[in-house]
Write a protein that binds this ligand. Structure first.
Ligand code: AMP
Length: 276
């Protein structure tokens, strides 16, 4: 695997291989099998697979969360090597941002619903870094996880609005054997919290099994109660929405997804399930 730390160096390398198709999976590191599933999918569909590891400061609303975000770079590199990743792009913050840089792109309501309500400005930071990374890597295919369902829609809207030439691929959520969605933040959970966190995937599955579009509000309320009933778990939201707009699902919705966010102890977790 080749590792690049500057935009110029990775661009120079990729320019030397213009005939090869490029797949790209942006990450913030602390890699787990969820991330590696993106790499493997990309490998099966492209000539070259690029992974970036960059803990993007502009998407954190909580400085303490940014500070304590895990950064096990050596272990990450070993995992990428064994997954067969071709290129790692791991720039410093100063390589990606000038001082006092401004960014704003109006993509409409999808930015402000769900996560947007609880993490104002978060998706502006996500778009800012994904735009910069796409500009450097210029991939044919961009691999992102269903785990961050709303993030996928946000980036998709940016790609449409700016007419960026990239195809987006959504990869399914990788879970631990007991159902917990893999996340870099899971390392912050104590053994007890780790068990309590299972209430997220259990509640999502319960709602999927009992879904009825005419009982949506009631099911959302029931789900919030199930989450809150677990000791040490503080739910932020549980919504059943149209998979394209993130507004409440209707009988006309062609896809429906249930999404939730909850604090387990001090750790904020998100998860979702496609109902259809
Ligand atoms: P992150 O490092 O958390 O920014 O995630 C980088 C990419 O990996 C994003 O596209 C995520 O949606 C994806 N991802 C994170 N966790 C999982 C998971 N459990 N299964 C599949 N993809 C994931």
């Amino acid at each position: 695997m080749k590792t690049f730390k500057t935009r110029q160096a990775i661009r120079k390398y990729l320019n030397e291989h213009p005939q090869l198709s490029v797949g790209f999976a942006p990450t913030m590191g602390a890699l787990h099998n969820g991330h590696l599933s993106l790499i493997k999918r990309s490998k099966s569909e492209n000539d070259i697979t690029v992974c970036s590891i960059f803990v993007n400061p502009t998407q954190f609303n909580d400085p303490a969360d940014l500070e304590k975000y895990p950064r096990p770079i050596e272990a990450d590199m070993a995992k990428l090597e064994s997954a067969g990743c071709d290129i790692l792009f791991a720039p410093e913050v100063s390589e990606m941002y000038d001082d006092n840089e401004q960014w704003h792109l109006d993509i409409g309501p999808v930015e402000h619903l769900l996560e947007g309500e609880f993490r104002p400005g978060h998706y502006q930071g996500v778009m800012q870094i994904v735009f910069k990374l796409l500009d450097v890597v210029k991939p044919h295919n961009l691999y992102m996880g269903q785990k961050d369902y709303q993030q996928f829609l946000v980036v998709q809207r940016m790609v449409e609005l700016l007419n960026l030439q990239v195809d987006m691929v959504m990869c399914p959520i990788e879970r631990e054997a007991d159902g917990l969605a893999m996340s870099s933040r899971n390392v912050h959970l104590s053994d007890t919290e780790r068990k309590r966190a299972l209430v997220l995937s259990k509640t999502l599955n319960y709602i999927k099994d009992h879904f009825d579009v005419s009982r949506e509000a009631e099911l959302e309320e029931q789900a919030m109660e199930m989450l809150a009933a677990e000791e040490g778990v503080e739910p932020e939201y549980f919504r059943i929405v149209d998979g394209k707009t993130l507004y409440p699902a209707t009988p006309a919705s062609t896809s429906v997804v249930a999404l939730t966010a909850a604090k387990v102890g001090k750790t904020r977790l998100i998860d979702n399930v496609l109902i259809y």
